[in-house]
Design a binder for this molecule. Sequence first.
Ligand code: SD4
Length: 323
Amino acid sequence: MNSRRRFLTLSALGSLTGIGSHQTFGQSKHVKGPIIISTWKTGLRANDRAYEVLQNGGSVLDCVEKGVNVIENDPNNRTVGIGGFPDVEGNVTLDACIMDQRQRCGSVAFLQHIKNPVSVARKVMENTKHVMLVGEGALKFALEQGFKKEMLLTEETLAAWKKRKVEVGKKLPEINIENHDTIGMIARDADGNLSGSCTTSGAGMKLHGRVGDSPIIGAGLYVDNDIGGAAATGWGEAVIENAGSAMVVELMRHGRSPQEACEEIVKRIANKFEDWRSIQVGFIALNKAGQIGAFSIRKGFTYAHHHGGANSEKPADSLLKEG
Ligand code: SD4
């Protein structure tokens, strides 16, 4: 370990073994009834729809798909689906994935012109032998499956893109910490079965062709029905480098609470990423027993929690205490 890294480890991050209470999964208290968690405040609307789907007899997989569809369909949300912020060349390219209680998963990346990438991801999972389709092939598949080609770039987003393009000129934003609103959702139904979804237009002003963590199984999302699920938001490159969501689930398998697992992986990412103070990375997690966790590098990450008829936005604790 170089001296800078050692300094970060010792001074800023503290000891990883110093995390609060070590509640083991086996001893944990079981929380009854359906539970839905999703990233950011936008998760509130998604959770409401997801819960409605469950109440109407839908599966937990239907719930995580239809829940995040609400945000994909909202043209005023700049980071997901229609109205999503374009890449540096002005193209809206979407990433999404979905994972169910049977360990099946589907994913699309670099998908253009289709506003519900998570639903295309579900079709990949259900109607092909594959897990992931990208770009032209994903678009062709979506059209064959009956999805409609649409203009995803709204007038407002185009105007915002033009302004930002002038501001940044030819230089890419180094590490974007603003406006991370990717929606990741983990849900558990009344029978205790888990599914998850994740959908985004990715980091604003990304290079054309860039794919983030959100459609990568194990990075932006991971679900193991025996253990729990986790989803990520923030600077995708750092999440991919550390197989973030899979690691959170793996720590839960080894007895960490969802909160402890999120904290440990955020700290691990911060410890390994040179400019960790300038990025945001956040995780949400839910285990089989219904306990939840959330943690981020920077202050300001929130998540939506639906349980027992109540849906509320909650602040996540963070590594950096200042905004
Ligand atoms: C990405 N993780 O493409 C996504 C961006 C994000 O909230 O999470 N925004 O890197």
